[in-house]
Write a protein of this length. Sequence first.
Length: 196
Amino acid sequence: MTAKISESIKKRIIEVANTLVVEGIESPTNNEVRERLGGGSLSHISPVMREWRNERKEQITTSIEIPADLKKVIETALAQVWNTSSSIAFSTIETIKTESESQIDEANNERDEALIEVEKLEKDNLSLQDQLRNALANFDKQIEKVNTLQAETMSLERVLVERKERIVKLEADYEKLQQELIEIVKNTNIRKDDPR
């Protein structure tokens, strides 16, 4: 024979079960309810929980069953929302696609212009390299000429020094000869004047 459960205990068990559901325990066990109560007999808790579960199942079933008219309205509304969303999404995709294609075309044009500019710069660079090579070759020739002229200048300077030395010697010889000539003239005059 099942023991009679007081209304206050029954009410307390149901409150605890509802609290556990609110806290996220979808289907509380008898032991979970007992722990939350802080004790109690499972022989009291079990029948109340069984009754609570049956009532809850009925409430859930009742709330799930949607009237046919309402269901049709909801389905129509959902279909309209879906169609509108799809249309917006398609339009957005097309816009993005168009913008992307435009940006790709611009990027391709910029790339082509950049490649043309790079090609021009490469040609300019090759031309400048040729000019530099020619300038360096001319520079080497000029250096060679300068070296040759320096060698010739040094040679001429040596010749000039030698000639200056020769001139100095010739001048000295000339003076000596002049002195000798003066002496000869003097001696000749003395002889002329000599009455012997």
